[in-house]
Design a protein. Sequence first.
Length: 48
Amino acid sequence: MVQSGANYFMQGKFWPSTAPALAILFTILGFHLLGDGLNNILEGKRNS
């Protein structure tokens, strides 16, 4: 979807490529924050 929307980007229609790219970004960010939070919880239990 991002690749097919790249053709519209130069025409000023940036949402066909930006919306899927933002969805990918927020999904990756969410998994990263989830993993970081779990790591903090598990490291805290291990050190106690």
